[in-house]
Design a protein around this ligand. Structure first.
Ligand code: IPM
Ligand code: MG
Length: 364
């Protein structure tokens, strides 16, 4: 029996609906495995702007720090037509996300991209490219690089000029590389480190440090790939990837590409980890404001993120397996939300999908 304090950040758009279903699943896990989870709901993103004028308050950050783990829905609205975007960049919903990543020290972002055999028809790649399918994780550095470097906009002799800086020190590279090798050890033992070492100093250091870390993991193979080539390889031969290790900006771009080729972004979870057990778990997709409140959203990515929380923050492997098995079972039984619907299946809404998964959670 374990007791855990979970901070729930439903956020904006479909966030509240999908987090509600994930909570249903966590409660079911408690019931079946005899644990006790308590929840604190926190505001972040647009809803926090509405309530407090900022996307993340210090109090919210402190409350998140005081919890054992954080489950996030999604933040943000329609960039074109939302009042949340008529303000300075550091006051917009996404700034809350960057601030909580930095504030909680979440330097390691794990984004799995997996082709579900039941959803093969949704994969946009050709059959001969899909082959036996693919199952990779992207280990993205999350609190450094271009996202957090010094930036400014100025006017020099009447010419507008903007600067962003990309800096990494060896400690930042080492700690994310270690995470990548550790996870590779539990998978197929294959790390591909992605960089732009033919141009960037930060990438050349990245490569050196990755090589140094590799010496401690003789059971894992390390290869290097240039980021432009990686973008190409992902759609040419996705089966070759096990763990992709990369810096913040490259990881942002490649993880969207990797999730797209699964054809089911509504299914993909993610975890952001720190040096401690405290992590933040969220679906890889966004807040989908156009379908918010309509019981249409796919809650599976959030439910699988909750499973990652059980595994990585709470060391509850059996419980995480049970949630993942329940999701697979629901797919096998032919239930689909609209985004992954195909002929011959039964279409269900957000709430029913949560119920169907909860019903299938078993403790044996
Ligand atoms: C992501 C998102 C964020 C990022 C945005 C919303 C700031 O694209 O989590 O991938 O770029 O990290
Ligand atoms: Mg992104």
């Amino acid at each position: 029996m374990m007791e855990k304090k979970i901070a729930l950040i439903p956020g904006d758009g479909i966030g509240p609906e999908i987090v509600r279903e994930a909570r249903k699943i966590l409660d079911k896990v408690c019931e079946k495995f005899g644990h006790s989870f308590t929840y604190t709901e926190l505001l972040m993103g647009g809803c926090s702007i509405d309530a407090y004028g900022v996307p993340l308050t210090d109090e919210t950050l402190e409350a998140a720090k005081a919890s054992d783990s954080v489950l996030l829905g999604a933040v943000g609205g329609n960039v074109g037509n939302s009042r949340w975007y008529d303000v300075a960049p550091n006051l917009r919903p996404e700034a809350g996300l960057l601030a909580i990543r930095k504030g909680l020290g979440l330097f390691a972002n794990i984004r799995p991209a997996y082709l579900y055999k039941e959803l093969k028809a949704a994969c946009p790649l050709r059959e001969d490219i899909i082959g036996e399918g693919f199952d990779m994780v992207i280990m993205r550095e999350l609190t450094g690089g271009l996202y957090f470097g010094e930036r400014h906009t100025e006017e020099v002799d009447g010419v507008r000029k903007a600067t962003d800086t990309l800096t990494y020190d060896e400690n930042e590279i080492r700690r994310i590389a270690i995470k990548a090798f550790e996870i590779a050890r539990k998978r197929k033992g294959n790390v591909i480190s992605v960089d732009k070492a033919n141009v960037l100093d930060s990438s050349r250091l990245w490569r050196q440090v990755a090589e140094e870390v590799a010496k401690d993991y003789p059971d894992v193979t390390l290869t290097h790939m240039l980021v432009d080539n990686c973008a190409m390889q992902l759609v040419m031969n996705p089966g070759q990837f096990d763990v992709i290790l990369t810096e913040n900006m490259f990881g942002d771009i490649l993880s969207d590409e990797a999730s797209m080729i699964t054809g089911s972004i509504g299914m993909l979870s993610s975890a952001s980890l720190s040096e401690t057990k405290l992590g933040l778990y969220e679906p890889s997709h966004g807040s989908a404001p156009d379908i918010a409140g309509k019981d249409l959203a796919n809650p599976i990515a959030t439910i699988l993120s909750a499973a990652m929380m059980l595994r990585y923050s709470f060391d509850m492997d059996k419980e995480a397996d049970a949630v993942e098995a329940a999701v697979s079972k629901v797919l096998e039984d032919g239930y689909r939300t609209g985004d992954i619907m195909s002929e011959g299946c039964t279409q269900v809404g957000t709430i029913q999908m949560g119920d169907l998964i909860a019903e299938r959670i078993e403790s044996n």
